[in-house]
Design a protein around this ligand. Structure first.
Ligand code: GDP
Length: 170
C-alpha cells in the first residue's frame, strides 16, 4: 500500500540536530561524536502511527552536512511527502532561517505536510528566542510547533506521527 510509505526530508541550518533526530527515530540512539558521511543519505523506520491505526514506513533523508541551499540537490527533495523544519533553541541564525527553509521546500515540493521543530529544549537556560517568538512564527507560517529534545528522546516520535497523519489528510 503506497499510502503507508512516506519520504520525509529533515531541513534546517547545520548543527540544529537533524542527523541526531533521524538516528534517534530510526535507530533509537543518540551519540555526540557521530561522524557524518558526505553526501545525501537516508534511514528507514517502520512505526505504528496511532492516529492512522496502521504501520507507516518512514524514509528519512538527511542532508549530511550540505545545508547550503544550492548544495542540496533535486534528488534530495524528489518524492518527499513531508518535511521537518528544525531550528535550535541556542542558535538565533537557525531560527531566522526557518522562513527561507519553508520557501525552499514549497518551491521544490509544493504544499506538502510540514511542521516546525524547536530542538535542544534541554538547553532552555541558553535560549536565544522566547516561547512567544517561537509560537508567533509557527502561527505566522501556519505550522504546528513541536518542542523536542533529541538527546533525551522527547517528542521525536510525535513529530513523525503527526507528519504521517497530515500527509494522509492532504
Ligand atoms: P545537524 O547538523 O543539524 O545534522 O546536527 P547534528 O545532529 O549533527 O547535531 C549537532 C550537535 O547538536 C551534536 O553535537 C548533537 O549531539 C547535538 N544535539 C542534537 N540534538 C540535541 C539535543 O536535543 N540537545 C542537546 N543538548 N544537543 C543536541
Amino acid at each position: 500500500d503506497f499510502d503507508r510509505e512516506i519520504k520525509v526530508v529533515v531541513l534546517g541550518n547545520g548543527g540544529v540536530g537533524k542527523t541526531s533526530m533521524i538516528r534517534r527515530f530510526c535507530k533509537g540512539i543518540f551519540t555526540d561524536e557521530y561522524k557524518k558521511t558526505i553526501g545525501v543519505d537516508f534511514l528507514e523506520k517502520a512505526q505504528f502511527v496511532d492516529a492512522l491505526q496502521e504501520e507507516v514506513r518512514f524514509m528519512l533523508w538527511d542532508t549530511a552536512g550540505q545545508e547550503e541551499f544550492d548544495a542540496i540537490t533535486r534528488t534530495y527533495y524528489r518524492g518527499a511527502g513531508a518535511a521537518v523544519i528544525a531550528f535550535s533553541t541556542t542558535d538565533l541564525d537557525s531560527f531566522k532561517a526557518v522562513l527561507s527553509w519553508r520557501e525552499k521546500i514549497n518551491a521544490e515540493c509544493g504544499d506538502i505536510a510540514m511542521c516546525l521543530v524547536q530542538n535542544k529544549v534541554d538547553l532552555i537556560d541558553r535560549a536565544v528566542v522566547t516561547p512567544e517568538e517561537v509560537e508567533a512564527l509557527a502561527r505566522q507560517l501556519g505550522l504546528k510547533l513541536y518542542r523536542t529534545c533529541v538527546k533525551e528522546n522527547i517528542n521525536v516520535t510525535e513529530v513523525f506521527g503527526y507528519l504521517a497523519e497530515l500527509h494522509h489528510k492532504k
